[in-house]
Design a protein around this ligand. Sequence first.
Ligand SMILES: [Zn+2]
Length: 401
Amino acid sequence: MNLHVRDGVLQQTASEVPAGADVIDLRGHWITPGWFDLHVHLREPGKEVAETIASGCMAAMNGGFTGIACMPNTQPALDDAAIVNWVREQGNAFPVDVNVIAAITRGREGKELVEMSEIVETGVRGFSDDGGPVKSSAVLLHAVEYANMLGARIFEHAEDIYLAEGGSMNDGEWSTRLGVSGMPTIAEAIDVARCVLIAEYTGELFICHVSARESVELIRGAKKKGLRITGEVCPHHLLLTDEACNTFDTNFKMNPPLRGEADRKACWDAFLDGTLEVYCTDHAPHAWEDKTQEFDIAPFGIVGLETALSLALTHFLPNGMSLSTLLDRVVYSPREILSQSLPQIAEGQPANLTIIDPTHKHTVKPADFKSLSRNTPFGGWELTGRARGVIHRSMALVQTF
Ligand SMILES: [Zn+2]
């Protein structure tokens, strides 16, 4: 069929090509509503050598995303309406909606709540002190009550910092063998338990980047009780385990860390059955000179925007996940969580599209990334299926490869 886009709006499907239209031949491709990454770290302001808002948008487009939500742990933190508006405006030059998840507390210091109502007025629907947890349960409880009252959600990076302190990888057989300090799964799960109790007491929370089997069981149990707990999972926690740290390659170091096989399997099952309803990358760019240090010194985090789609097509679809479920996890659920309108492929709707070549075989080459950073554990992986481009807000990127 022909898909006709005029002035950024989908027109009635025509068998004939309208005169004067630019024609892109996409035979053999899939066109889906635009993909959305709910958990991205842009490093601007503060660490523009690792990523800018512009380079992050280029990476998103290259990876097939038309929307991202960026986390507030920049320097300074995204903790007031003016800086939130400034970040979002930088995205206007690209076919990518840059949503901001604003800080919960001023400077992400965990003490004083930001001016939530002012920030919500700018369109923000998510708050997080991600990069770390909200240490004080009193602050977290008040944040949930206040955010929920304003129609927004709290995104918790679940971690008991005392249990995880000093750790560089998952606490388990591999950390013992390698002599690396470990972060136990229960460091995450104890905070998830706290969030479940707060949800039961007062409202609604979202759990970032779930990695541990105990966390999955807590979230599943909470959902069974009808509590409003939602959560996300990243490709690396679905595809890798802590054994990968045995080369001391710091591209396998992130927080939460790669876990054991039982955790990986639990996350996969939760992703399949919707206990974890969002697929996100936790895209965390780091400059080469920062990431290329000893394992225990290097910063946590890996880039993800330019591999997530290909990994999903190669590893999720052939392993029991349907395309419609995948799209639910990466198109619809993340936007629902942020109360954004859902893209539809229908006449009269804005053209918000991801174009996918489902058969394109390629080797992941970090040097080709549009991101300013290269810190991926998936370099050299052979993947099938790739984003050909995106169309959004009357802008299009369609690349040849
Ligand atoms: Zn985090």
